[in-house]
Design a protein around this ligand. Structure first.
Ligand code: ADP
Ligand code: MG
Length: 171
């Protein structure tokens, strides 16, 4: 089984993924990209790396064992997955989380706007279809509650969902 945990930066993917109890190997893909050099250089404007999608696909294919894996990354929905979890967060809270994490105000605002516009959810549905997407709203919820919801997705105890939130009031 391959599970993708995606969402706008700041929705709490890494925090929740670290709490999930599962037999799946938890892959923090952004760390892997940096550590294994699976990039095509630096995006100076965004102060991040350009992901090398072919190299990442190859790396993932090599590690496909019987248990499978859970990928934590805002890029996770761009890869093969049986179930795609999309973490959501109200943009005002998201912006606060990112600023608290030390991100620049401009970057935090850009991500909040992207979250308000459902950018990653739309991409996930376009690439995987509504039957494989599980939207989880993390607004006003603890990381432990969010990880429990992810575990329910892994166990097959949660129905697919998309478009359950509306953050357009932020814009
Ligand atoms: P992501 O991996 O999606 O970019 P992180 O897990 O790094 O997000 O979380 C972003 C910030 O928000 C961190 O400072 C983290 O401590 C905080 N955070 C994560 N989940 C929650 C939550 N459910 N409620 C409040 N703050 C959270
Ligand atoms: Mg993260």
């Amino acid at each position: 089984m391959k599970v993708a945990v995606t969402g706008t930066p700041g929705t709490g993917k890494t925090t929740a993924a670290e709490l999930v109890e599962t037999d799946l190997e938890v892959v923090h893909l952004n760390d892997v990209i940096r550590e294994e050099g699976l990039d095509e250089g630096t995006d100076e404007e965004r102060d991040s790396l350009f992901a090398d999608f072919d190299a990442i696909r190859e790396w993932l294919a090599e590690r496909e064992d019987d248990n499978g894996f859970l990928i934590d990354s805002h890029l996770a929905h761009h890869f093969d997955a049986d179930r795609v979890v999309v973490l959501r967060c109200h943009p005002e809270q998201l912006e606060g989380r990112l600023v608290e994490r030390g991100e620049a105000g401009k970057k935090a605002r850009e991500n909040a706007e992207s979250e308000a516009l459902d950018v990653i959810l739309s991409e996930a549905v376009a690439e995987h279809g509504t039957e494989s997407v599980y939207e989880i709203d993390t607004t006003d919820r603890t990381p432990t509650d969010v990880s429990a919801d992810i575990e329910a997705v892994i166990r097959g105890e949660r129905a697919p969902s998309a478009g359950t939130v509306d953050y357009l009031d932020y814009l």
